[in-house]
Design a binder for this molecule. Sequence first.
Ligand SMILES: Nc1ncnc2c1ncn2[C@@H]1O[C@H](COP(=O)(O)OP(=O)(O)O)[C@@H](O)[C@H]1O
Ligand SMILES: [Mg+2]
Length: 338
Amino acid sequence: MQTQIMVEVRDLTKTFKGKNGADIQAVKGISLDIRHGEIYSLLGPNGAGKTTTISMISGLLAPTRGDARIGGHSITKEPLQAKQLLGVVPQEIALYPTLSARQNLDFFGKMYGLSGSDLSRRVDEIVDFVDLRERQHDRIETFSGGMKRRVNIGVGLLNKPQLIYMDEPTVGIDPQNRRRVLDTVKRLQQEMGMTVLYTSHLMEEVQEISDRIAIIDHGEIIAEGTLGELIQQIGEEDRLTFKVGTQTVSETLLARFQREVEGVTSASYDRREIADEDSTALAHVDGVVTIMAKRGRKALPDLLRIADDAGLDVLSVEVREPDLEGVFLHLTGRALRD
Ligand SMILES: Nc1ncnc2c1ncn2[C@@H]1O[C@H](COP(=O)(O)OP(=O)(O)O)[C@@H](O)[C@H]1O
Ligand SMILES: [Mg+2]
């Protein structure tokens, strides 16, 4: 069976004019396909171009170059047809604070042309779906960030879209509500058969919910695939980190780790001075040895023996199995968190 493509993005580009007249290349020729019924994530640090991409493929921002087709309809040339298939949950919460959750949904529902019993039935379904029945008549200004986010998701569902874009829907909300948002995303796919485009800078959640992932950095997609495919790119290596505090680590020792322990492909030492913001006291020093190794757990005893032999006191050990953080590090040389 041929896979149906829901969103087809080709050579999408956005160049903004900066304050000093210089060009800001926010999105640099992105192409991707989102398949019908999948959860597809754009993962990238702040400023990578996620919101700009979403704004262009939802018809809110004109591309400098390129286009996107939704269900075969060009977002630039046939915006009405394209937008009919689409619901958007923006990064910024756009609700009326002095109206209740239900009044907000009614208001936006009317903008989509719903009215009467159709509207009230739809709002009922949505209030249940986002689990806000008990609070539906309370004003938005009394809601927590997580609850507002759920109303926002509800607004995105009013026109019964086949496809929904969610731009960093878990930013600024507590862990419990975050959990609920992630569950909602999965239910959109499983119970409603929807296609979801999800963006985040948090690799844990992207890893958990996505069928496929595009890693975006400086306006470009630097890798794309399933979690398994992405991890294969870094050769299934575990990342071991040894905290060593203020001790120095010699090049000789790093070389010994690589030479004497099977599976070790690299060993490096980083020393970070972490300034204490609240005091003028001495910055505290965090020395870390990072070792990439195949079957890291197996390599660990030998590594620790060699460290001990060299007089290095390892204060703590962490073994991380291959993950998206590792993929990002491998591709960019930077941590995703930075
Ligand atoms: N309206 C704008 N004018 C100028 N620069 C912008 C504008 N919107 C975004 N940018 C810049 O484009 C880049 C990508 O931003 P954005 O798409 O918001 O990234 P993300 O959503 O991944 O954090 C950033 O460098 C940002 O400063
Ligand atoms: Mg953004």
